[in-house]
Design a binder for this molecule. Sequence first.
Ligand code: ZN
Length: 542
Amino acid sequence: MTLTEASTSADLVELHRLSSRFAPTEIRADTSHLTPGDRSALVELIRAARILDDIFMDQLWSGNQALLDQLKQDHSELGRARLQYFRLNRGPWSDLDGHLAFLPGVPPRKPAGANFYPEDLSKEQFESWVRSLPPDQQKDAEGFFTVIRREQGQLAMAPYSRIYGARLEACAALLRQAAGHTTNATLQRFLASRADAFHSNDYYASDVAWMDLDSALDVTIGPYETYNDELFGYKAGFEAYVSLRDEAESAKVKFFANHLQEMENNLPMDARYRNPGIGALAPIAVVNEVYCSGDAAHGVQAAAYNLPNDERVVQEKGARRVMLRNVQEAKFKTILTPIAGRVLAGPARGALDFDAFFTHILAHELSHGIGPQQITAGGRRTSPRKELKELYSTIEEAKADATSLYMLQYLSDREVLKIDERRLYTTYLASSFRTLRFGLKEAHGKGMAMQFNYLADQGAFVRCDGRYDVDLGKVKVAVRELVHDLLTLEATGDYAGAKQMMDTLGVIRPEEQKTIDSLKDVPVDIAPLFVTAASLAGDLQP
Ligand code: ZN
């Protein structure tokens, strides 16, 4: 039995199939370098994060807590399978299946407005109610941090600080305790101001403090992403990431940043498109996750995130990108390694390498900062984004992938950086199938298909006996030409050219589809087992 709109619940076999797409994988982080104060703070932060898990489940659906209590009572095999999949989704709807119900007695699909709005509220009703409010209240009604309820038949809003008051106060107390344990001033400032925000419902100052965070403990805790509000995308879900900074990888980011202008000056494109003074880079933190909760912990696990979302903070302070290295490593082991086993030709398999994989991801992020940003097209000052319109994100993602390969090769050729070419290109080849297996609906999939087919057509990727290998003699030139073509599309704002490249190369060819079909039983994502967090703070089941 497969989950459908009409099925409303899944049997044991189906539940096992649904769950098996998430492979349980241990998440560990090395705490040995922490000061005793930071270690104590870490424990308090894990406890605080657990409270947000409860709040998030409440935000997702009003019936969640009662349902969870009921599931915990059911010790049958079916009951245990239901509880397990409920925990993976933090609710009775399957994240990977369009939020369809897998349990009986619940709405057949997650309510679009989750528990941020009354379940029966229509868009039009909300909008006309908002229009009836004074302007300052309109802002709050559409803001991140209020819920909308019906009180005596009338719509009304309430701040998170009131609706989740007791639990937020408990969380705030733990943040203040953690602030008392650490000696890092930037962490103290963030934790104290975030604790205040839980009470005042004003998150601005603490978002600013988060941007300035420079600490061995890297914490993101509060209401952030708005994906669960499918009605308007206004309301923020509570989540937490409790992580430790990865010093070695952070140094690598700095190293790349110091070479970015040199890279810009040597990009394989017409010299007149080069920017003699590239802008400051958005800060990138590389961390290892100890624990995550709430909105961060259901369905597919994030391996990186950009925050804050508040436009006022972004305009003043920019945004910070946090990359979760050990989560990426867990996905590499559990997902990419079996994919490589089926995609790569025998001799290539030994060249799969996590360090090459992660270095390429870091370089990808930095590559977004080079290449054409401000351009002239048709006599106007404009940007690649404006000219390439809906094609831009596909072209830009492909550009960042290819340019980062070029960058690593460039730095290696000049002996500034040591890379193993065989590992770099082979790992990149295998990882392209990690993206391609999810099809071409998203910008990443189309962009990946474009790169893959471009390089295959140049003979850089060779197929034999249904498996792929890299031709090291051809791949460097092919990547250089691909980078040239993508950068030139951006530099000239060539919409027609971008469209043509995507239409001809952004496709999955029949032989590639055969390879993709062989990956069906490889897990889609990990189900994290927080080993380090559990040893620090005890039982961590929600
Ligand atoms: Zn990117």
